[in-house]
Design a protein. Structure first.
Length: 188
């Protein structure tokens, strides 16, 4: 058991007969009235995001979790297959437990969060940025870096991301894996 003082990003709690992961939180101390904590919670079973407000000092049921490094192997219809980098055990995880799975390429190292009590995977965290190659896009225009205009580009994983006009096929770009947006051209 914990209290609202223990709330942090990534914490898993039992709430409304389900397990939720805290995505965002904000401690609020209004000038009048008691303090409270605004949270954005994501269900680890169905991916639904809900907003909830806890009063200060409210008891929360914390779920003990373990984190392990896994390597992404391949995807079939709806399952993604991963291998533990320490003991080489393989697990399969449903697509709905992944955030932006279209940005994950084979061989990518991710962090899998599992419930310590049941050993079931709860969520998969990708690195904050991924480097992917552009496989198809309209030809880039040299010197067109001053505007914020964008064009769609298909990446090596099949994901489509809006990129600046100067990006060409074959360029490697850095993508924010949480938002799924272009960050910068990757320089080796």
């Amino acid at each position: 058991m914990g209290t609202t003082a223990d709330i942090r990003n990534g914490l898993c709690i039992k709430f409304n007969h389900d397990i939720y992961k805290i995505i965002e939180f904000l401690h609020v101390k209004p000038g009048k009235g008691p303090a409270f904590v605004r949270t954005k919670l994501k269900s680890v079973t169905n991916g639904k995001v809900v907003d909830n407000t806890f009063s200060a000092g409210h008891k929360i049921d914390v779920v003990r979790v373990e984190t392990n490094k896994y390597q992404f192997l391949y995807k079939d219809t709806v399952l993604y297959h991963f291998m533990n980098t320490e003991d080489y055990n393989q697990i399969s995880i449903d697509e709905k437990l992944l955030e932006n799975p279209q940005l994950m390429k084979e061989g990518e190292i991710v962090t899998v969060i599992t419930n310590s009590e049941t050993s079931l995977p709860l969520s998969v965290e990708m690195p904050p940025n991924v480097i992917l190659e552009v496989t198809s896009t309209e030809p880039g225009l040299k010197g067109n870096t001053a505007t914020n205009a964008t064009k769609p580009a298909t990446l090596e994983t099949g994901a489509i991301v809006n990129v600046p006009l100067f990006i060409n096929e074959g360029d490697r770009i850095k993508i924010d894996s949480i938002k799924g947006t272009y960050k910068e051209r990757y320089k080796e």
